[in-house]
Design a binder for this molecule. Structure first.
Ligand code: FES
Length: 221
């Protein structure tokens, strides 16, 4: 045995944690565990808010302005023969929507109580169309779509005319039905897409051409 080596029995005894120290450590772990559970619960609740809002939003919105009638203005605001841009406040909106809750539409007063209210969105990919009074055309800046004054398609990629809002006149006020965008899905009187119209007419033309073809004498039975 070298002088540096100590006999084993001379090592100091390892201190044992007292019962009170063990209890304190245990309660600290339990406290931290509960704290982490609480923090996880809080984070989960915060993350769940937008998801629940997204899931319940449509149901909550249905009762609040969905498909409601909104006043666009007095009849005197719309001179006969003119088309004007009018904004209305979307009834299905939240207070933090800001200006995005203002929906523009084109109002055309043909004459007297004969109106058309067009959605501003192009029927192709939804860009806002503009009215050019001199040419009497709605023009789309995105791909050159053009519509006549009555909203029907004039040229370009759109396959149909502009979508129209339902409207009515109450007490000399023009009202529109809002809450959702007018589309083919909710426009009962939607016209057929141009491709179908063209297909239909060309088929009919073909049939009439076939009918009018002179038949050779040997072919006739
Ligand atoms: Fe209007 Fe394409 S979005 S022509």
């Amino acid at each position: 045995m070298t002088p540096n080596e100590q006999p084993l029995q001379n090592n100091p005894p390892i201190p044992q944690a007292s019962a009170s120290t063990r209890a304190a450590g245990h309660s600290r772990r339990a406290f931290l565990f509960k704290l982490s559970l609480l923090a996880n619960g809080a984070v989960g609740a915060i993350l769940a808010v937008p998801i629940i809002g997204y899931l319940l939003g449509p149901a909550m919105k249905k009762g609040s302005g969905y498909n409601s009638w909104i006043a666009l203005g007095a009849l005197s605001d719309f001179p006969e023969g003119e088309t004007r841009l009018v904004d209305f406040r979307n009834p299905v909106t939240t207070s933090w929507d800001g200006q995005t809750g203002d929906i523009p539409c084109w109002v055309r007063r043909v004459s007297g109580s004969n109106f058309q209210v067009f959605a501003i969105n192009c029927a192709h990919l939804g860009c806002p169309v503009r009215w050019f009074a001199q040419s009497k055309l709605f023009l789309c800046p995105c791909h050159g779509g053009a519509y006549y004054a009555d909203g029907s398609r004039a040229s370009g990629p759109p396959e149909r005319g502009l979508f129209e809002y339902d409207h009515k006149i109450v007490d000399n006020t023009l009202m529109v039905k809002v809450g959702k965008m007018p589309t083919l899905a909710n426009q009962a009187s939607a016209e057929l897409p141009l491709t179908q119209l063209e297909g239909t007419s060309s088929t009919a033309q073909l049939a009439s051409v076939e009918k009018s073809k002179p038949r050779c004498a040997s072919c006739q039975g």
